[in-house]
Design a protein around this ligand. Structure first.
Ligand code: SAH
Length: 387
């Protein structure tokens, strides 16, 4: 018999509406061990399914199934295979993509990315961190994909929040710690154990190709990281400049450019300062990409975040030549698609530059959006034509 978590009426309604999380304020649970598999019931004791429990997170319950689960590790192994099969059907033009995207693959708390012959794994919850579960994950990935190496990427803050003992990032299988991969025919390095964030922003992969389709002339990739957009733009642009505040990211960007035989200028700078200087000195571009980090990490800093997006977009719009292309992104879940449209629209009015929408895009298909779980729908990417 599994321990039982009873939900408040509000908690149960959340599940009935399609979500898979229940917050601590909506449950009653006593003495349940961290990370346990639990039965979930509504306030009258009616069974709602099976979940993984966290004793420390505000998200206390993450649903696994509306049925009862007898063998947790078997279920996890089955779902990993299903996630891999799904990618085989939907992913193209790359050997780097997300294999498991947590809730969106019915494996809450687990993220797995593939970089050609290597896998990078992240464990985000007590439930997924339990030894039998970890072992099942690693064994199944290894059996199905036979990677040269599996690395674990640890976010110390996540472990602290989940009250899990500290752990270092490192190899779980094999000895190889770097490789090269390709997206849309463009090549990149992957060094698993170095850098600020190891790996690429795979969720932008299809947006790189879309941006490249419309890009031309002189291009500026702002918040370029390791050059994802810049390297794609280079195929169709006469000159490309990438800007980022992180020197290590730009060093990798430069290696990536060499790998592709591209000549790109990389500038280490604060994007806000650089855009201010460049726009006031009258610099002009034909294509600008804005892909800042998530400014709104929570609802609390939404106002500041919106101001940040507005400023960036306003300056970029002013610098575009007539007929220019603006590719503008937001990966803040708290800034919804409507909010983002409004911000970019108001920047366009202030800049006196009518803007037409060419494409409204989200994350690549290997980062599925699960209907009912709005948090899985976080990335917005607008491709705009600026008159
Ligand atoms: N476009 C990239 C991803 C960008 S992630 C890609 O497709 O791969 C956000 C980047 O913004 C990070 O590389 C980070 O170093 C950089 N960054 C954060 N704050 C910045 C600032 N104020 N000025 C310039 N770069 C910044």
């Amino acid at each position: 018999m599994l321990p039982t978590v009873k939900l408040s009426r509000r908690g149960a309604t959340r599940l009935k509406d399609g979500h898979v999380w229940v917050y601590r304020s909506d449950i009653s649970a006593n003495g349940i061990p961290p990370g346990a598999l639990v039965s979930v019931t509504d306030d009258r004791g009616k069974p709602l399914g099976t979940a993984l429990y966290s004793s420390s997170s505000q998200i206390a319950v993450r649903m696994l199934s509306t049925a009862s689960v007898k063998d947790l590790t078997a279920l996890i192994r089955e779902r990993i295979v299903a996630a891999i099969t799904y990618r085989e059907r939907i992913v193209e033009n790359t050997d780097a993509y997300r294999i498991v995207f947590s809730e969106a693959d019915f494996l809450p708390g687990l993220i797995v990315d593939r970089y050609r012959d290597m896998l990078s794994l992240q464990i985000l919850t007590q439930g997924m961190d339990a030894d039998p579960v970890r072992n099942a994950i690693i064994t199944q990935l290894d059996e199905t994909l036979k990677p040269a190496a599996i690395v674990e990427r640890v976010d110390a803050r996540v472990r602290e929040l989940e009250q899990l003992p500290p752990r270092a990032s490192g190899l779980l299988k094999g000895e190889q710690s770097s490789t090269t991969f390709s997206m849309n025919g463009v090549r990149f390095q992957f060094a698993a154990l170095e850098g600020q964030k190891t790996g690429a922003f795979l969720d932008q992969r299809e947006n790189y190709a879309a941006a490249a389709r419309f890009a031309r002339g002189e291009a500026l990739d702002v918040f370029c990281y390791q050059g994802g957009f810049a390297l794609h733009l280079a195929a169709n642009c006469a000159r490309v400049t990438g800007v980022d505040s992180s020197r290590p990211a730009l060093e990798v960007a430069d290696q990536n450019a060499a790998l592709n035989g591209r000549d790109i200028e990389w500038i280490e700078a604060n994007a806000f300062d650089l855009l201010k200087d460049y726009s006031s000195s009258g610099r002009q571009y034909d294509t600008i990409v804005l892909d800042p980090p998530a400014f709104a990490k929570s609802k609390a800093n939404l106002e500041t975040a919106l101001r940040g997006y507005k400023e960036l977009n306003l300056r970029a719009l002013k610098m575009l030549r007539p007929g220019g292309i603006l590719v503008t992104c937001s990966c803040s879940y708290h800034v919804g698609e409507r909010d983002f449209f409004e911000i970019v629209g108001s920047a366009a009015r202030d800049a006196h530059r009518p803007v037409r929408l060419l494409e409204k895009r989200g994350a690549a298909k290997d980062h599925p959006v699960l209907l009912g779980v709005p948090e899985t729908d976080y990335l917005k990417c607008l491709v705009l034509s600026v008159s």
